[in-house]
Each structure stands twice: as C-alpha cells, then as structure tokens.
Design a protein around this ligand. Structure first.
Ligand code: CMC
Length: 428
C-alpha cells in the first residue's frame, strides 16, 4: 500500500502509512480528530495498532509465532525458560556466561521479605490464587523503591522474575495448609518452582527432570503474545507512569478472566462436564453454535489466529509424549481430542476459523504434573511475566508513548435541566 486517503464530507485527508518488517501495514490516524473532528470506532481494538513493537511477531493466518525473530517451535525445543526471558527482555539470546549471571541474580532474589508471609496468612484458604498473586505483586511496590536509573530498573526486573515463582508457590502452600518451602538456588527456575510447590519438610524431594523440562517448555510457549488483553493492560497502566510492579499486577488481573488466561481452567471444567454427561460431544458442539446459549467451546478460537495456534500444536504433541512417559491415562486427553476432531469437521468452526488455542491442551499437562486446576492461570502468569516486562520496558523507552487514553462516542442523555428532589416526577 503506497497511499491511504480518507474522504469525510468532501475533505480529503492523507494518512501516513507505516509498514512493519514483516510487511504488516497500518495507517496513522493521530491527526484525524484535529483535522476533521471525527474519531475512529473500533470496539475491542480488533483493527487498532496501539504501538510499534520489536518483540513478538504473529501471523494469525499462517499460524506463525516468533519471539525476537526466533520461531516458537525452535525456542520450545532448544531453549530454557530463562534463555527466552532474557531474549524477550534484553533483545538477544544470552551467551553461556550471561545466562549464568542471569540465573544467579534471579536465584539470589527469590526469597520474599519475611514480613510478606503475613500477607498470605491474611487470605482465606479459598482465595483464588490469581487474586493473591495480583495483590502481592502490587505490594512489591511498597518494599522496593521505583528507582529510575538503569541499574535500579534492572534490579526490579530481576526481583519480579525471581519472586513471582516464590509468591505463586507460597499461595498454593497456603491454600492447602502446608508450610511454605523456601527457594533453592541450585535448581533451575522451573525445578525450583516444582520443589517449592511439592516438597514437604519431612521428606526428601527429588526434582523430576521430565516435569522440569515440560514445565519449562510450557512457560516458554506462554512467554509473550504481543498486544493481548493483559499485555495491553500492562502497557496502558504503565503509560500513566505507574511503576513496574503496579502495572504487572494489573496485567495479572486482566489475565485472570475466562476469555483470556482463565480459559485454561475453564477448559478442564468443560471437559469434566462433558465426561460426566456421557461424552455427548454433539450436544456441546451444538450448544457452542447456538447463539441463544452462552456456552462456548473453551480453549477454542482466537482474536488473531484464524488457523492453528502453533502453541497448541506443540502442547498437544507434548501431552501425548509426557503422559505416555509418566504412564498416565487421562480420560480428559481423549475427550479433548475427540472434541477437537468433531469441532474441526463442523462448518460453524471451519467458517469462523476457530481452532484449539494454547489453553486447550495445557491443563492436561498441568494435571499430569500434579498442579491443581485453580493454579493453572497462575502458571500462565508465570510464563507471561517476561513478556509483560519486555513490553512495559519497550513502552517506557519509546519516545512515541503517550498516556493511553481512548475516546468514545457518547450515546447518553443530552443536556437536561436540573430539578430538585421533591419536584421530580417519579419515573422518567
Ligand atoms: N465457541 C463457539 N463460538 C465461538 C468461539 C468459541 N470458543 N469463539 C468464537 N466464536 C464465534 C463467535 O460467536 C463469533 O460468531 P459470529 O461471527 O457468528 O458472531 C465468531 O466466532 C467470532 O468470535 P468473537 O467472539 O467475535 O471473537 P473475538 O476475537 O472477539 O474473541 C476469543 C476471541 C478468544 C475471546 C473467543 O474465541 C472465545 O471466547 N474463545 C473461548 C475462550 C478462550 O479459549 N480464550 C482463550 C484465548 S487464547 C489464550 C489467551 O489469550 O489467553
């Protein structure tokens, strides 16, 4: 596209065109209101680019996902989660020495301030772990100053990466009434998380390398996904000048919803429901298609992918392998596969480009690791953290950033005369 011109009431406006490195095209409407008095309307921002970004590329039609140019399949197969976190945040894969320093720094900051343990004690055992996660991440602002030097900023990045692992595991221990298990510096990021989740003081805990590798891979697959709901929230909150911890706490809240990260929990609930109902797939596919029924196939569909979500492909294959190696026969895996097959043969799903997304099979792997359903979205948050951090930093360092402040089309009452109570008619 060389030229974009908008005509409003015989007035022609030339719109500047931006072309990305993968030839995505956008046109700028930054001056539109000033020149014409009109704004664009785009509910859900489905056609609105909110920023330029060099972090993640998605081609939803072809089912491509890349972090900093590397394909998700390569990263999932060959990298560790900390490699990928480093790549997202600092722009390059680390050398062996850089990775060692990164791991050492993260391990060194993985303890929580002892006072913070009291926060966990204040919550009921039934507290949703995502609420606890968001609140405690927000509280980190109260402990660690929001210094602006490069060193201070980097220290807070390390602190957040280090402590989210511990906060997540502590919230689980609190919910089951077991003592907190403190982090171990000699373990990998994923290994330490599993240790803090499942070790008990009275027994030796041996980290299962298959589970560590599987968790690492799941975290990699969730690590970034460009301008999704939670990431846009992080950027939006941060655009006001709010600090890293507050902005990411808001992102965690955004992720908790069932249309976003909360879908991984909803998928398992749905598969369980289908199983209890005698695996009546046609009934549930029918409900999902019925516009008068609020039921949707959870873990299906995506705003950007209109083809297979590449993350779902990797997870499905891994679920088969890992469950096989662990000798687990999970009936939900079979139900998920059958549901996928039936939906993908159905014209409704084909016509709308609805395929399994990252949340469809991930819960089956989490279950195989012994992670309870109410922790699934916390696992998503752990994975997404480096993405949120890198997007926050990109936003902060981009001279084009302005406070995020959309407009609206007002559809309420026109001006009315104020009438005091007692003189007003009862119903208006
Ligand atoms: N089941 C049945 N119909 C669906 C589904 C579904 N899961 N998803 C979309 N549709 C239909 C929808 O009813 C609409 O039909 P029509 O054009 O006839 O009105 C059409 O497909 C387009 O859907 P949409 O709701 O306009 O699409 P969206 O881009 O606004 O929403 C979505 C995307 C992911 C919220 C949606 O597909 C959905 O609700 N999926 C289920 C929840 C889910 O799995 N969420 C996880 C997303 S991936 C990971 C993440 O981001 O956290």
């Amino acid at each position: 596209m060389d030229n974009a011109r908008l005509t409003i009431n015989d007035q022609d406006i030339d719109l500047p065109i931006t072309v990305g490195t993968e030839n995505e095209v956008g046109f700028g409407i930054g001056k539109l209101r000033g020149q014409t008095g009109a704004i664009t309307v785009d509910p859900g921002f489905a056609n609105t680019g909110s920023c330029e970004s060099a972090i993640t590329f998605i081609d939803g039609e072809k089912g491509i996902l890349r972090y900093r140019g590397y394909s998700i399949e390569d990263l999932a197969e060959h990298s560790s989660f900390l490699d990928v976190a480093y790549l997202l945040i600092y722009g390059q894969l680390p050398t062996r020495d850089e990775l060692d320093v990164f791991h050492t720094e993260i391990a060194r900051h993985s303890l929580l301030h002892e006072d913070m343990k009291r926060f966990f004690e204040g919550y009921p055992a039934s507290a949703p772990p995502m609420s606890v996660l968001s609140a405690i991440v927000s509280s980190l602002s109260a402990y660690y100053p929001n210094g602006q030097s490069e060193e201070d900023v980097n220290l807070n990045i390390i602190r957040l990466l280090a402590k989210l692992n511990t906060i997540a595991a502590f919230s689980f221990k609190k919910s089951i009434g077991q003592p907190y298990i403190y982090p171990r510096n000699d373990l990998s990021y994923a290994g330490d998380f599993l240790h803090m989740m499942f070790a008990v003081p009275s027994e030796e805990y041996e980290v299962n390398e298959l589970l560590v590798r599987t968790l690492d891979m799941l975290l990699i697959l969730h690590a970034d996904h460009e301008q999704n709901c939670s990431t846009s929230t992080v950027r939006m909150v941060g655009s006001s000048g709010a600090d890293l911890f507050s902005s990411i706490s808001a992102g965690i809240s955004a992720l908790s919803g069932p249309l976003h990260g909360g879908a991984n929990t909803a998928v398992i609930d749905m598969l369980e429901m289908i199983r209890r109902d005698g695996s009546n797939f046609q009934k549930y596919v029918g409900k999902a298609k019925d516009k008068n029924d609020p039921f949707r196939l959870m873990g299906f569909g995506h705003r950007v992918y209109k083809n297979f979500d590449p993350r779902a492909r990797v997870i499905k294959k891994t679920a088969d392998e890992v469950l096989g190696q662990l000798g687990i026969d999970d009936p939900l895996l079979d139900i998920a596969k059958q549901l996928e097959r039936i939906a993908l043969e159905d014209e409704y799903f084909v016509a709308r480009g609805l395929y399994p997304n990252v949340d469809f099979y991930s819960g089956i792997l989490y279950r195989a690791m012994g992670i309870p359903t109410n922790m699934f979205t916390v696992m998503f948050a752990l994975g997404r953290l480096p993405g949120w951090i890198s997007q926050y930093m990109e936003m902060k360092n981009d001279p084009a950033t302005r406070i995020n402040r959309p407009r609206q089309i007002y559809i309420g009452q026109n001006h009315r005369e104020y009438i005091q109570i007692g003189r007003r008619a009862n119903a208006t």
